[in-house]
Design a protein around this ligand. Sequence first.
Ligand code: HEC
Ligand code: HEC
Ligand code: HEC
Ligand code: HEC
Length: 372
Amino acid sequence: MIRLMLGLALALALIGCSQEDAAKKSAAPGDATAGKTVADRECKGCHGLDGKGTIPAIPTLAGQTERYLVASLAEYRDGKRSHAALRDISTRLSDADVRNVAAYYAGLAPVAGDAGAPVPSPYESGRKTAAQCASCHGEDGNSKTAGTPSVAGQQPGYFVTAIREYLTGARPTAPMHMLVRDMGRLDLENVALYFASQTPAQRSAPPAGDPAAGEPLTAVCGGCHGFRGVSEDTATPGLAGQDPQYLATVIQSYRATRKHEAMQRAVAALSDKDIANIAAFYAVQKSRPAENGQRLIEDLTGKCNRCHSPGVENPAMAIPKINGQDKNYLMMALRAYRDDRRESSVMHRMSLPYSDTVIDSIASFYANQPPK
Ligand code: HEC
Ligand code: HEC
Ligand code: HEC
Ligand code: HEC
């Protein structure tokens, strides 16, 4: 035990040292005046001498932290970030040039982004589109028409797939594919998020089928559709609280028209009576929203601000300022982390689950913050 504690203390001391060394290295003072010459020669055409990108999607450097500027140039040089021009430039610059040019841009007054008016949240946009769906699916996605599915609380990944299948004709069922023909990708993700955020209503026992007899038959379904049909996976539909007639019809359709190998296998051996019982079982289960779209952006940026708020410093990592940054650049950077085109384990984890619509909103949020 004592040996373990000593080992731990030693390890902590070592970590402390290496961090101090790193801090000393990156804190070696740059000369902003010499840096201005470098900026004028090498960077002006794209980043401007005022540190504001000359066209959209070029990041603003003015007022960025010196430490982050040095660190990101090293990432281009070492191939951790890929960009041909930056790779070439950062390889050519001496260590002193890098420190100096970083000192120059870090010392400039921050400039505001030009993202324009704040965009409505994805939830609000989705709510507007959802009005077109209310006559059949219910205003809050709880369908009251037998045979029409509820979409309240539905997993957004599955929702988007379902609509794509109507659009491509892979699901030939009327009337959906007529309605969604004009819907763009962002509209679709927004409406999916809106419905995912609604609370599924609790249903009473349906006229046909026996929930108790259905339950044991669902043992094989739970691995994918979740315990009692409450799906935990964005691509797999929740079944709890679904309209029982829709459930029965759809399960039958996997034996005829609707294609999905795993589903076709899972329902191949069921009798019509089994199907009615399973549908009754899932229909009466209590479900919950798959997302909280109303609070999503607030919750998310709350997490991001733990690192990215002005004034936050962390000895273990060089954190960039993102307030007032160019919106197109922010979107590009977040997508690059998500899609593993830019290395950063922290940011990859943070940006992994987000759809383009969420990334768009986060980028707008930060682009609209005053740069500090
Ligand atoms: C040909 C145009 C061009 C030139 C010249 C250029 N840059 Fe860039 N710079 C960009 C673009 C575009 C990006 C974003 C690249 C990406 O997606 O990673 C960028 C990114 C950066 C970043 C990362 C910023 C961040 O927020 O992560 C730094 C730092 C940077 N440039 C510094 C410089 C410096 C210093 C010079 C001059 C020595 C320079 N650049 C010259 C276009 C340019
Ligand atoms: C005229 C009635 C009607 C309207 C309006 C309507 N739907 Fe539908 N929707 C249906 C029916 C019926 C189905 C089931 C079709 C099937 O069997 O595939 C369905 C299925 C769906 C599904 C697949 C559900 C699942 O569990 O697989 C989604 C998602 C969906 N609709 C979204 C929408 C959206 C979004 C709108 C508004 C833009 C909309 N619907 C408007 C009747 C309608
Ligand atoms: C291997 C995973 C898996 C298993 C096991 C499985 N499912 Fe599915 N199920 C899916 C996926 C994925 C989909 C969406 C497929 C699609 O897009 O058509 C789906 C779709 C469905 C749908 C259509 C939902 C809708 O809203 O349109 C129903 C109903 C369903 N499954 C019921 C069942 C039942 C009942 C069982 C057990 C007897 C079962 N599934 C077993 C993965 C599975
Ligand atoms: C634990 C601290 C931490 C948290 C939390 C965090 N970040 Fe970051 N972020 C970093 C670090 C460190 C970098 C620089 C990584 C690198 O060099 O690529 C970074 C880089 C970025 C960049 C690239 C900026 C540029 O100039 O290239 C963006 C955009 C960003 N973060 C946005 C976010 C958003 C949005 C969230 C919340 C969803 C978030 N971050 C949460 C630490 C964090």
